[in-house]
Design a protein around this ligand. Structure first.
Ligand code: ADP
Length: 268
């Protein structure tokens, strides 16, 4: 039963991932010793795609959890459910991955509350075990299990950060928006626009990224460029596509919008 369930998480075809350095080799080395990994970097820069690609490469199912502040430990571990036959235990995503040797990816882990985050601790040290207290079971992680978390250093405030006792359990890989030519290649591949047009979109993003910290919290991500490109492929005028996919989502302030619109206008 559990085996069938985990099969749903198997990645059947290769997710396109354009490496920007030696991250594939580093991940493989970390996986070979089952080191828990932290992928650090701004949102929309390729962290999720990378872990999808690596799960495919390593032939492991991938269980992804988008973390949020309402998430409880039970949401990760599992709970008893009531059905016609009585109560029945249902594994949460973390338990499922640990039992069956999947990679468990906790996306934006800092969004979760501290009492939720600590449940991962026993899985990240030599115990590699997960106590299901309510059920009275100690799940020993499958030898192929690995834990991966993502973390956006730009979002951290004094209130929202991982504790040092959590951080030091992980190896970390830094991610950032790729350099110009590589990012254009990714945008062209993902959206179907020409390399020439992708190159223009990347130029807009670069200008906007320089405004980060000067009224913009986050720059224009690779994901947003892919959206803009996809709209253009659908026949939307490039100016309108950029406003909709690049400018409007990240700015409410009229002056900032003007500045970003001006950046778009210099390119298209
Ligand atoms: P993150 O997890 O960092 O928020 P994603 O992995 O979801 O970001 O990336 C957003 C999108 O950007 C992906 O769906 C993909 O289209 C594209 N992308 C970004 N970086 C890469 C890369 N190196 N190779 C392939 N696609 C990428």
């Amino acid at each position: 039963m559990g085996e069938d369930l985990i099969e749903q998480y198997r990645i059947r075809s290769e997710p396109y991932y354009r490496a920007t350095g030696n991250e594939i080799a580093l991940y493989e080395a970390a996986y070979s010793v089952r080191m828990p990994l932290m992928l650090k970097g701004p949102t929309g820069c390729g962290k999720t795609r990378f872990v999808e690609h690596m799960a495919w490469r390593l032939g492991r199912p991938l269980v992804t959890v988008a973390c949020n502040e309402d998430m409880t430990a039970s949401d990760l571990i599992g709970r008893f459910l009531l059905d016609a036959e009585g109560t029945r235990w249902q594994d949460g995503p973390l338990t499922l991955a640990a039992r069956h040797g999947a990679i468990c990816y906790l996306d934006e882990i800092v969004e979760a509350r501290q009492d939720t985050v600590v449940v991962i601790h026993p899985l990240t040290d030599t115990r590699r075990a997960l106590p299901l207290e309510k059920k009275g079971e100690l799940v020993r992680a499958h030898p192929d299990f690995q834990l991966v978390i993502s973390y956006n250093p730009g979002y951290q405030s004094m209130m929202k950060d991982l504790k040092p006792s959590t951080k030091q359990r992980f190896g970390a890989l830094d991610f950032d928006y790729p350099e110009h030519g590589v990012e254009a290649e990714i945008v062209a591949h993902e959206s179907g626009v020409s390399l020439q047009l992708a190159d223009k979109l990347v130029s807009i993003a670069e200008r906007a990224r320089n405004l980060k910290g000067h009224g913009l919290d986050e720059g224009i991500s690779t994901r947003m460029l892919v959206y803009a490109g996809s709209l253009i492929v659908q026949g939307v005028d490039p100016l309108a596509a950029c406003q909709m996919a690049l400018v409007r989502p990240i700015s409410d302030d009229p002056d900032m919008r003007d500045a970003l619109d001006a950046a778009v206008a210099t390119v298209f």
